[in-house]
Design a protein around this ligand. Structure first.
Ligand code: ADP
Length: 251
């Protein structure tokens, strides 16, 4: 695995207007090229806010984000070329077919002509949707919609794919399919940052993890390494609860 740093988050802070406490509070992290990185934390820990800043959807109150030593603040367009984003919500047009959606977003990303068509075919193949390409989104299952969302995120061949809970509310078969799709993309060289609440997913997929709470990183490392530091924990779920507590995080 190539160990050069792809993403650097340095002392990131985000304070929403009108809020007493920062949602992200001095968060620092490095993600290396080729990693399948699990970004974990309970509800309200600051994961979505961090990912939104990494995609340029939100501006940090302070702190810096670099991709390959390129500052997101100074060179946003160059950074956006490097990243693909798969949001929590399905971001597709219900009345359009899968392929019409993917084509639309491809054009929005500046892809055109034969290159666009080739990428559409390749990406639908990666997420196993080629045979359903002419189905309207409103007639797709939750798992198919999420895979179509992933196809949109990878069209421009990003170096880093950011996924915010891509397997929430879908059946086991679809989850499995998404794992396989992401594993293939990662093996082909795409760095993946993945948030989830399912620790068994992390154990299956992630080469390194960070556990965050209250807007900062509690611990990070390879799963085995973190477990070795806490011998009383048998698995990641126990470690997660030991670090973040057992109280409910209802919001
Ligand atoms: P996570 O993704 O880990 O569940 P979030 O980043 O969504 O966490 O939220 C972190 C904190 O910021 C929470 O306390 C949440 O209530 C607050 N928050 C999130 N979005 C907003 C917003 N738009 N305005 C004010 N507070 C927000």
């Amino acid at each position: 695995m190539n160990h050069s740093t792809l993403v650097t988050l340095q002392d990131l802070v985000k304070q929403y207007p009108g809020s007493d406490t920062p949602a992200v509070d001095g968060l620092s992290l490095r993600i290396r090229e080729g990693e399948f990185f699990g970004f974990l934390g309970p509800n309200g820990a600051g994961k979505t806010t961090t990912i939104s800043m990494m995609c340029g959807l939100l501006s940090p109150t302070s702190g810096e984000i670099w991709y390959n030593d390129i500052s997101l603040k100074q060179h946003p367009t160059a950074c956006f070329q490097l990243i693909g984003f798969v949001p929590q919500e399905i971001a597709l047009y219900e009345n359009l077919t899968i392929v019409e959606n993917v084509r639309f977003f491809g054009k929005m990303q500046g892809l055109r002509g034969a290159h666009l068509h080739k990428r559409i075919d390749e990406c639908l193949e990666v997420v196993s949707l080629s045979e359903h390409r002419t189905r309207q989104i409103k007639h797709c299952s939750g798992g198919m919609k999420r895979r179509a969302n992933i196809a949109v995120g990878i069209l421009h061949r990003p170096k880093l794919l950011l996924l915010d809970e891509p397997t929430v509310g879908i059946d086991v078969q679809s989850r499995n399919m998404i794992f396989e799709n992401l594993r293939v993309l990662n093996e082909e060289g795409m760095t993946v940052l993945y948030t989830t609440h399912y620790m068994e997913e992390v154990e299956q997929l992630c080469s390194r993890v960070a556990i965050v709470d209250n807007g900062s990183v509690l611990t990070e490392g390879e799963p085995w390494e973190l477990l070795a530091q806490k011998p009383e924990c048998d698995n990641l779920e126990q470690l997660f609860l030991a670090l973040t507590g057992k109280q409910l995080r209802d919001r």
